[in-house]
Design a protein around this ligand. Structure first.
Ligand code: KIV
Length: 268
């Protein structure tokens, strides 16, 4: 098999500078990781969404460090080219010493190349401590699922002037703290555009419109196999594809071409 170049945080910066969209999909196992890399995704995210789509919970809160290490290591065994970002689960980064230990474990045992954690100002000190130790970090703002009970449900964030300003400030704080990338979930298109333009680091959107530097979808939503109602910002790429590899290629092509997400997958 031909050697493929590894995607790193530097690659993501170059893609942003060149205006080339970044494609990211969640993965929780070895087989899908191979298919995703063959389709050309730059990032595989071992998301704590596994608590919902694999384990059947109604939130990501029950997901443990053991779950994340197990699935990250399954993904890492197959990973060759894509950057592997692994979610830090709920309450695994509430203190600096705990966050350092858990991030180190995700890297050592789970093969993570970057860790992702949710929140703005309240986690900026944690982000700074992790990046000071050479641990690359991806931030996550907007609809942060680990705070679903505080947010009062899975709903679009940043719609009023005050929360939009807080999100813009938080994005800059995370960049200053050393974050290498930032997921923006379920925020208005115009706000995501402002944040993306204000940052040097790439933004990866989900329900955040087409102006982000990249896009991420939960694998099971992309394939239309998530039980229950599919999130409105998602799209079933398997519906008009011959098979799963073709659906994954169609997603990567649509992200690169800027045709996904379209207006019906975005919020005002
Ligand atoms: O856990 C996850 O899959 C995520 C994405 C929705 C961005 O955080």
């Amino acid at each position: 098999m031909a050697e493929c170049a590894r995607v790193t945080a530097t690659t993501l910066l170059r893609l942003k500078e060149r205006g080339e969209k970044i494609s990211c999909v969640t993965s929780y196992d070895a087989s899908f990781t191979c298919l995703l890399e063959d389709a050309g995704v730059e990032i595989v995210l071992v998301g704590d969404s596994l608590g919902m789509v694999l384990q059947g919970h109604d939130s990501t809160l029950p997901v443990t460090m053991e779950d994340m290490v197990y699935h990250a290591s399954c993904v890492a065994r197959a990973g060759r080219s894509a950057l592997r970002i692994v979610d830090m689960p709920f309450m695994s980064y509430s203190r600096v010493d705990q966050a350092l230990d858990n991030a180190a474990r995700l890297m050592r045992e789970g093969g993570a190349q970057m860790v992702k954690l949710e929140g703005g100002e309240q986690v900026s000190g944690i982000v700074a401590a992790l990046t000071a130790q050479g641990i690359p970090v991806c931030g996550h703002l907007g609809l942060i699922p680990q705070s679903v009970h505080q947010l009062g449900g899975y709903r679009v964030q940043g719609r009023d002037a005050e929360s939009a300003q807080r999100l813009r400030d938080d994005a800059l704080l995370l960049q200053e703290a050393g974050a290498s990338a930032l997921v923006l979930e379920c925020i208005p298109t115009a706000l995501a555009k402002q944040v993306s333009e204000s940052l040097k680091i790439p933004t990866i959107g989900i329900g955040a419109g087409p102006e982000c530097d990249g896009q991420v979808l939960v694998l099971y939503d992309l394939l239309g196999i998530t039980p229950g109602k599919r999130p409105g910002f998602s799209h079933n790429f398997l519906e008009h594809a011959a098979d799963i590899p073709a659906a994954l290629r169609a997603y990567v092509e649509a992200v690169k071409a800027g045709s996904f997400p379209a207006q019906q997958h975005s919020f005002d």
